[in-house]
Design a protein around this ligand. Structure first.
Ligand code: THU
Length: 130
């Protein structure tokens, strides 16, 4: 199982591929599942701004595409440019969807800020469930 530093390193690599020509805010994510498999994502922007896809949701989508059936246990998010990228509300809701026991670690780092770790319960209290 990869550790937090390895996950951040992979997220940093994914960040290099970010397509962020409008915001110039580059983000990479690495989502680790209970199986030990991990999936990468980066943000993908669009001239129609609202169509932008965040790095975290891209990584979790890749897990689904690959047929991942186990639960999400950790997600590392690296942002190249400024401060740590706190995941947006939509990404938090996606994390909760795939999280093991609504209890995952969200690991953040950027070029300018050091590593910080949160749980999904801290970032999405009273999240929507069906
Ligand atoms: N972004 C992410 O990739 N993840 C987040 O959780 C927040 C925002 C991206 C989307 C957009 O390309 C850029 O950061 C600025 O909003």
């Amino acid at each position: 199982m990869l550790d937090n530093l390895q996950l951040l390193e992979l997220a940093k690599k994914a960040c290099d591929n970010a397509y962020a020509k409008y915001s110039n805010f580059h983000v990479g994510a690495c989502a680790l599942y209970e199986s030990g498999n991990y999936y990468l994502g980066c943000n993908v922007e669009n001239a129609s701004y609202g169509l932008t896809l965040c790095a975290e949701r891209n990584a979790m989508s890749n897990a689904i595409v690959a047929g991942e059936k186990s639960k999400l246990v950790k997600i590392a998010i690296f942002s190249k440019d400024r401060t740590n990228c706190m995941p947006c509300g939509a990404c938090r809701q996606w994390m909760a969807e795939f999280a093991k026991d609504n209890n995952i670690q969200i690991i953040l780092e950027s070029e300018d800020s050091k590593c910080a770790v949160f749980t999904i319960e801290e970032l999405l209290p009273y999240g929507f469930e069906l």
